[in-house]
Write a protein of this length. Structure first.
Length: 346
């Protein structure tokens, strides 16, 4: 048995709880935060792109986004492999995970992200390489990409709520937070992709993605509140996690950046609405160059906020619980499974 002590910031007490002592294994670090970030970014970018494909109004933006949806999803798996240190087992993980899906959190997450990588690759190939004109093929993989993107992004929140143990156990606010944060990232990247371009399609794309960025930041701020409100003081684990999170500088910066993500695109959208109303809706107005650049800067900052969201939750839960779960890529047959583990024995 081992004795772990985690002092709560600003208090004279700490957590002293005997837990199973496990052999040395890597704790979750910034590589896992990056993997979670790229899962959400790639997933919700694909979801947004798939819906844009169905509208048929933004072919140029769909092509650009499809490339980066695949790249971001691939980066998510690469960062997971970097952390796990066993790429060979990571490569075969979707096959090994399939029979474990009934009882393993991680197995389901692996299948969702693996499916997302497959569908983003096929969709990118259809739009960019083959320049497919088949509505049936394009819509089929667009919709599959939408579903895989939403599921993988949301499920990464379920995984993390189970993985970090008592403080965030079964916190329904966490999957909602990750879904909202992923939407912010997808909208921000879509705006970045539409920044360069002239003509009706690109004007409409900038207006749409700026509006989506403003609305999705409201959703993320609301789900941050929902998540933090559910990290209550049932026991000392929760209190340590709560205090660590709300006193973190990156948490405060995250909220500030999200506030900018609402205010700047929101003001730009209101200015467009007033200009359109003044002309009776007969002209297609674009943002002024100053507003376009301001929203571009805010979009980049929104991506930074997306990383902070994952990192803050990951580190706060791990700090409070003092236990990183074993992963399915590690050999555990001769070791006890730690409290909060959600993988399977190899």
């Amino acid at each position: 048995m081992g004795l772990f002590t985690a002092p709560a910031p600003g208090t004279s007490f700490g957590v002293q709880a005997p837990i199973l002592q496990i052999n040395q294994y890597p704790e979750w670090d910034v590589t896992v935060a990056l993997a979670l970030f790229f899962t959400g970014l790639g997933g919700m970018l694909m979801a947004i792109t798939g819906l844009l494909e169905v509208t048929g109004k933004y072919p140029g933006l769909v092509k650009r986004n499809s490339v980066f949806a695949f790249i971001f999803t691939a980066l998510a798996l690469i960062f997971f492999d970097i952390h796990l240190g066993n790429p060979e087992r990571g490569f075969f993980a979707p096959i090994n995970a399939f029979p474990q899906m009934v009882h393993s959190w991680m197995a389901r997450g692996i299948e969702f992200v693996g499916g997302l990588l497959l569908f983003t690759f096929i969709f990118m190939a259809l739009k960019v390489v083959l320049n497919s004109k088949s509505v049936v093929l394009n819509w089929t993989f667009a919709i599959l990409g939408v579903l895989a993107g939403i599921f993988s992004t949301t499920y990464s929140g379920f995984e993390l709520s189970a993985a970090t143990g008592v403080p965030f156990w079964n916190n329904g606010g966490l999957p909602a937070l990750f879904l909202a944060s992923g939407t912010v990232g997808g909208a921000a990247w879509s705006y970045i992709m539409s920044f360069v371009g002239s003509g009706e399609e690109w004007i409409r794309a900038r207006r749409l993605t700026a509006k989506l960025l403003a609305y999705s930041t409201i959703a993320e701020l609301a789900t941050w509140f929902l998540f933090v409100a559910n990290v209550n003081f049932i026991n000392v684990f929760d209190e340590v996690g709560y205090i660590y999170l709300v006193t973190s500088a990156t948490f405060a910066l995250d909220l500030v950046l999200l506030g900018l993500g609402f205010v700047v695109p929101g003001i730009g959208t209101l200015m467009i609405w007033r200009a359109t109303k003044a002309t009776g809706g007969n002209t297609l107005n674009d943002f002024s160059m100053a507003i376009k650049v301001a929203i571009l800067v805010v979009a980049v900052l929104a991506l930074v906020a997306g990383f902070f969201t994952r990192a803050d939750v990951l580190f706060a839960g791990q700090y409070a619980y003092q236990l990183a779960p074993l992963t399915p890529f590690q050999y555990t047959s001769n070791q006890p499974v730690p409290i909060g583990s959600f993988g399977w024995r190899s």
